[in-house]
Ligand binder design. Structure first.
Ligand SMILES: *[C@@H]1O[C@H](CO)[C@@H](O)[C@H](O)[C@H]1NC(C)=O
Ligand SMILES: *[C@@H]1O[C@H](CO)[C@@H](O)[C@H](O)[C@H]1NC(C)=O
Ligand SMILES: *[C@@H]1O[C@H](CO)[C@@H](O)[C@H](O)[C@H]1NC(C)=O
Length: 297
């Protein structure tokens, strides 16, 4: 009898798991779907030449296919790693959507031009020829440097605002894997830090420094981003080293960003009300749509 009652209790709890979350948790959990879709498509296309529409169509919710994503010219090791990350993102989308309703895949602009625009912004001048993320390992890795780290800071930022322990557990699980992806990209780039990117003659280290500085500027939330090599007057207490394979604050804790800061960065506009960049029609979900609406009012 007790066992049956317990079973009924468990079933009721499981059945209510989706609806029981406070609305604020639901909003915070759906927001990262925007980034997970972006990562899934960029990694799947980059490594396999196909995206969610071919690999897991029921996760798109019928959202439009990404613009300009394609198979990158990668060496086998990098292709293998990126494909693994692509499949991880499928898992992340599946898991988030199993907890909350979420939304369909937003329109994503993953064209070479979209990444070239970020690089031009980062350097404050146009690079010639236009930067192409899909052309080789280094360009693809530099383009990947742009993405999981933003998700990572978002998960750190969301954690203290979540009310339900199950929400926090989910975000901890997502954060751990995003951090791992970021660490792998940074390690691969660190090995190549002094390599000069052809044909620009600019080192990988400087690219990362410029991209991080751009994110700090667009996010307007202070210094939450650092390249692979820091200057000597910026050295933290990890030892007197300029190498900066992982980002962290003075005590090497990860930085957190708010949804607003993240939107300013991924839109490339520096304004959460002005879509663009990777999201021509804006990000979706209650939080992002609220900012977009506030523009029109
Ligand atoms: C999507 O399809 C896969 C099999 O292709 C299935 O395992 C999964 O449960 C489906 N997910 C949803 C959300 O329908
Ligand atoms: C946002 O998501 C909802 C639910 O999937 C959908 O009805 C709406 O069209 C989406 N908006 C955009 C701009 O993609
Ligand atoms: C994609 O981004 C590029 C570079 O910003 C832009 O020229 C192009 O118009 C964008 N495509 C769409 C459909 O928004």
């Amino acid at each position: 009898m007790m066992a049956v009652l317990f079973l009924v209790f468990v079933l009721v709890v499981v059945a209510n798991a989706k609806s029981k979350l406070p609305k604020s948790d639901t909003n915070l959990l759906e927001f990262p779907l925007n980034l997970e879709y972006l990562e899934a498509e960029f990694f799947l296309y980059g490594s396999l030449g196909r995206g969610l529409d071919h690999i897991q169509p029921n996760l798109t919710g019928g959202g439009p296919p990404p613009i300009g994503a394609r198979r990158a010219n990668l060496t086998p090791l990098i292709r293998n790693i990126v494909a693994q990350f692509g499949y991880q993102e499928i898992g992340h989308i599946r898991e988030i959507k199993s907890r909350i309703k979420g939304f369909k895949r937003p329109l994503l602009n993953l064209s070479a031009h979209s990444f070239a625009t970020v690089m031009n912004q980062a350097f404050g001048r146009p690079l010639y020829p236009l930067f192409d993320p899909y052309i080789n390992d280094i360009n693809y890795l530099l383009s990947s440097y742009i993405i999981p780290y933003v998700g990572l800071t978002g998960y750190v930022g969301a954690t203290p605002k979540l009310k339900n322990p199950l929400s926090r557990k989910l975000v901890a699980g997502l954060l751990a894997v995003e951090s791992g992806q970021d660490a792998v990209f940074r390690s691969l780039l660190y090995e190549r830090a002094m390599v000069r990117v052809i044909p620009y003659g600019i080192t990988v280290a400087e690219f990362t420094d410029r991209i991080s500085a751009l994110r700090n500027k667009l996010g307007r939330g202070g210094i939450k981003d650092e390249g692979l090599v820091v200057t000597t007057n910026n050295i933290k207490n990890i030892g007197k080293m300029t190498g900066n394979i992982l980002v962290g604050n003075r005590n090497s804790l990860a930085y957190g960003r708010t949804p607003k800061e993240i939107l300013r960065i991924v839109y490339g506009s520096g304004k959460e009300q002005v879509p663009g960049g990777f999201y021509p029609r804006g990000a979706n979900g209650t939080i992002a749509r609220k900012y977009l609406k506030s523009k029109k009012d």
